[in-house]
Write a protein that binds this ligand. Structure first.
Ligand SMILES: [Zn+2]
Length: 369
């Protein structure tokens, strides 16, 4: 097989859709003489007949690689199985789902389009499957497209878990990608990673707004002499004083809470506080009880005790009991906790719900405020 041509086609494809690059390079390529096609199997191995590779120009081969990546990224094999779909009809419908986007961004589309199936564009393969007019398969895209094992399929590519991680990674790439992303890929990424919100930005914004609300409460104070005192001998004038918010961070140290996740969240909070000029926040490690209250200047100084069940209500109550009383409390938890009926009076509470992965278990507790 012409390895230079394959490498050139990959680069061509990666330059057309850079956000799919990690998927493109995860697909291994091996020769499958006599198959008369270039397809992808369920473990992301592209099997190519060298004779077909020789016939295709570099850009056509690159377009095909993007197309085959589309099948495995969109888990067309798993979806075909779930539907109990007929392989040929499903392959055509999967092609139409992918080619919607390739048509816009990649020249030289040859295979199935929604229009050739007699359907409206920008729908899922399942919908095309319901509506498509019957017809022959234009290209055999392999078991990665229709879920039906082929004689030459061999283990050795990605397993299910690796594939799922790669999907999450590519979806994150798409959401971070600063340039143009084909609409269909944007929609796909939203289904894989439902939260498009950058948690760092949200956490920082929440913490900043709590700090600003507190710091904005300008008070008169007699702590320093007024600069106007010279003019009014015998009278002590107050000065305007902007109190620095006193911050308590309540950390979930229960067994369900992932320590690495908490360390990342703490580091983010620390960075936000530092930018706000606030140092030495008090940190409470809480499971069902409060284990340690320390005034720390860096997240690295936090040692977490605990490991039992969780009650963030106990943590908030302990924060409210601190002297001096904090004006802002930042709670970092995985959410598996009961909450008090209302936040402690006079304290702005920011809750950072930490989760690894995309799922959001239903049994998490909810605060009503
Ligand atoms: Zn295909």
């Amino acid at each position: 097989m012409d390895a230079r041509k394959v490498a050139a086609a990959r680069l061509w494809a990666a330059s057309r859709m850079p956000y799919l690059a990690s998927a493109l390079f995860a697909c291994t390529m091996r020769a499958d003489p006599g198959s008369r096609t270039i397809g992808v199997d369920r473990s992301w191995q592209v099997r190519a007949d060298p004779a077909v590779v020789a016939e295709l120009p570099v850009d056509e081969l690159g377009r095909l690689l993007l197309h085959l990546c589309g099948h495995v990224l969109r888990d067309h094999a798993g979806r075909a199985e779930a539907l109990g779909a007929d392989a040929v009809r499903w392959n055509r419908c999967g092609d139409a789902e992918i080619n919607d986007d390739l048509g816009e961004h990649v020249p030289g589309v040859a295979s199935e389009l929604p229009a050739t199936l007699g359907c409206e564009p920008f729908q899922l393969a399942e919908r095309y499957y319901e509506l498509a007019a019957p017809g022959p398969r234009l290209w055999d895209c392999g078991s990665g497209a229709d879920g039906c094992e082929r004689p030459g399929d061999t283990p050795g590519g990605l397993d299910g878990r690796q594939a799922e991680l790669l999907r999450l990674g590519v979806a994150a790439e798409i959401q971070r990608f600063p340039g143009d992303v084909a609409g269909g890929w944007r929609r796909w990424a939203e289904t894989v990673l439902p939260s498009r919100v950058d948690w760092r930005r949200v956490l920082a914004a929440e913490v900043r707004s709590a700090l600003a609300a507190v710091a904005g409460q300008v008070e008169y104070s007699y702590r320093r002499p007024s600069r106007r005192a010279q003019a009014t001998r015998g009278v002590v004038l107050p000065t305007l004083h902007r109190p620095m918010p006193d911050v308590a961070i309540v950390c979930d140290a229960s067994g369900s809470m992932h320590e690495r996740l908490l360390a990342r969240a703490l580091a983010e909070v620390e960075a936000v506080l530092a930018r706000g000029g606030i140092r030495g926040a008090r940190v409470l490690a809480v499971d069902t009880a409060v284990h340690a209250v320390r005034r720390v200047t860096r997240a690295a100084q936090v040692e977490l005790a605990g490991g039992g069940g969780t009650d963030m209500g106990a943590g908030l109550a302990a924060a409210a009991a601190l002297r001096p009383r904090p004006s802002v409390a930042i709670v970092l938890t995985d959410g598996f906790t009961p909450w008090p009926d209302r936040p402690p009076p006079g304290i702005r509470v920011v809750v950072g719900l930490l989760s690894e992965g995309a799922e959001w278990p239903a049994r998490r507790g909810r605060a009503r405020w």
